[in-house]
Structure formats: C-alpha cells, structure tokens
Write a protein of this length. Structure first.
Length: 200
C-alpha cells in the first residue's frame, strides 16, 4: 500500500499593530501565519506545493482565510508571504529521486563498459544471458576459449521473463554437449540486443 498525501508546515508569523478583526472589531489582535504545503509519500517530503495562510484573532479566537481579512491585513499578509522562505528539506524526496536516477545511469554505463570488456576478452566460466526468441530467455556457459570461437554448454531450462534468468543459472543445469560458436557471432548477438548480460 502506497501512503501519499500533503502536509503544511509553518513558515512565518506576524502581528500587525493596526487593523481590526472582521469579527469582533478588536484592534491589533490579528496574528498572520504563513504555511507551505508539500507532497509526501510514506511521509517522505517530495516537493513544495505552494503557500497558504491564515489570520487568527486572539481576542475572539476566530480564524480567517486571507480573503476574509480587511485590506490592511491583506497587504501585510502579502508582504509576509513574499518574505517567507520554505525549508529545503521539503525538496528531500525529489533530491533523493534525482540522485537515484543519476546513480542508476552511472551504474548502467559502468555495467555496459564491463560487458564490452568481457565480450572482448572472454574467459572460461563466463555466463551469457540471452534471448532465445520472443518471451523466452536462457543462458550458456563458456567452457573453452580459442582465438575465434567460444565453446559453450547450454542451460537445460528457459524462462519467460528476463528478470527470472537468475533462477535457472545453476551449475547442474549446464550439461553436454559442448559446441563451438564464433566469437564474432556472439558479438553480433550482443549488438542485436539478444545478449542481455554477461556474468563473471
């Protein structure tokens, strides 16, 4: 279950010495408050959603939205709202998301570079994850490397989702026969996107 919503945090307050309460007509009794709402998910703040305010009369204990205040209080509220800055932590969720995306991009680039190195210099024991056909995935294991070929053993099993390949990557699933495949053919498979990963 995803818990999401919004929350307002207090930013600033001011109590003008002039201006009357719209309800009880007391002078100088209105305290102006400015808040900033933010969206959150699992109580982690994501990003700000704008400012809001309230006026509170300490004489009659009545709360007013800014549009219900008299003109002098409206002007004071507008200035207070403009001068009020929200806390940076209200951007925390968005900052975490951006950092995660950047880290994922760097990790993907590092993985791509590592796979190209593995492809250029294959070793005995390398496991290649590859696409057999539409909706079918499996692996093969390198058992011998020559100048122009890889000698491999196929995995006995296939899965219908690439995310499930790890479930069949077990030593007992690789059996005879051993057969050779041209190293250029493997590179062509990788270029075509049929080789999904190389594990060493």
């Amino acid at each position: 279950m995803i818990i999401y919503g919004s929350k307002a945090v207090h930013l600033n307050s001011a109590k003008p010495a002039t201006g009357n309460c719209p309800n009880c007509d007391a002078t100088g009794s209105i305290t102006l408050n400015v808040y900033r709402r933010h969206a959150h998910i699992f109580w982690i703040p994501l990003f700000p959603m704008g400012k809001l305010g309230r006026g509170h009369c300490e004489n009659c204990n009545t709360e007013f939205k800014p549009k219900k205040l008299n003109e002098s209080h409206k002007q004071a509220y507008t200035r207070l709202k403009s001068d009020s800055r929200g806390p940076l932590w209200q951007w925390a969720g968005l900052a975490i998301f951006v950092a995660f995306v950047i880290a994922a991009v760097f990790a993907s680039q590092a993985n791509d570079k590592r796979e190209l190195e593995y492809l250029a210099s294959p070793q005995v024991g390398d496991i290649y994850e590859y696409k057999v056909g539409y909706g079918s995935y499996t692996t093969f294991k390198v058992v011998e490397v020559t100048a122009d070929s890889l000698f491999i053993m196929d995995n006995l099993y296939e899965v219908n989702k690439s995310s499930g390949i790890y479930k069949i990557d077990k030593e007992e699933n690789y059996t005879e026969p051993v057969y050779g495949v041209g190293r250029q053919d493997i590179k062509d498979m990788h270029t075509a996107g049929d080789v999904l990963g190389i594990n060493r």
